[in-house]
Design a protein. Sequence first.
Length: 321
Amino acid sequence: MFRNMFRKQFPKVQDAWILAHAIVDTVREPLIVLDQDLRVVAASRSFYLTFKVNADDTQGKLLYDLGDGQWDIPKLRLLLGKIVPEQGAMENYEVEHDFPSIGQRTMLLNARKVFYEKGSHSTILLGIEDITEKRILENEKDDLIRQKEMLLEELEHRVVNSLQIIASIIMLKARTVESEETRRHLEDAHNRVISVATVQKHLHGSVANSIIEMGPYLATLCTALAQSMIGDNRSISIKFNGTGGNSTRRDAESIGLIVTELVINSLKHAFNETTKTGEITVAYDVSGTDWRLAVSDNGSGKPDGVFAQPKTGLGTGVVNA
């Protein structure tokens, strides 16, 4: 239908040629029209301006001879000599080349072979999109992202080290105070600083919006909590049990802090000095978009007839937050 309309609008070959030439000149991106022998039939004004060449040195010339051979590019030869003849068209074929007149350029080539109703000849339309500046900006952006990630990683590393130093100072102070109540508060503060450091340590290296595998993360966290919070004289184990699943880093950090607070609670209240086979179990299971976290222990629990009262301590505040 389009061809019939075109023929009616432009019955004369000369008129059609003028229109085609105007279209080529109007295209913003450089465009070359090649015959079947890859000689330049026409080129757009943008081609001449971009590559700093003129029509006399371009039209009728073999593409690979233009500008003392500056278009004799191996990837371009592959595109025009094999890919386009076999496939009829090619889009976004990326080529890098150093042109004597304009320097290093990165280009996206779009080529299409045009067949005519009469005759056996064909024409190739070669569009050239200069994406050099775009690639430079992308590379600069990637470099900035890498630098940002390196700085964040270094910052996280220093934060973890600082928290561990603070925890050590608190514990040293706890050993020197005479008041049992003060010592208990200092030990409680030590445990919480260690808990934050432990969570940060095991999320170290992951970006803010990354996905965390909760099974390995919580299993490693349980091991770290057992090593840092259970003395050699206490026979208590902390283990992970569950199907795991994935979570964002932000959610994983919150879940890790909740787990730590609940583990601390079990260590403080569920067992006594005579406990021989204490066990704390952390379970995390996923079902569809839902997940369930449970921290349980085999401790003594509350005496019969005593009901749990709402808590307002630091641990409860952390979990609620």
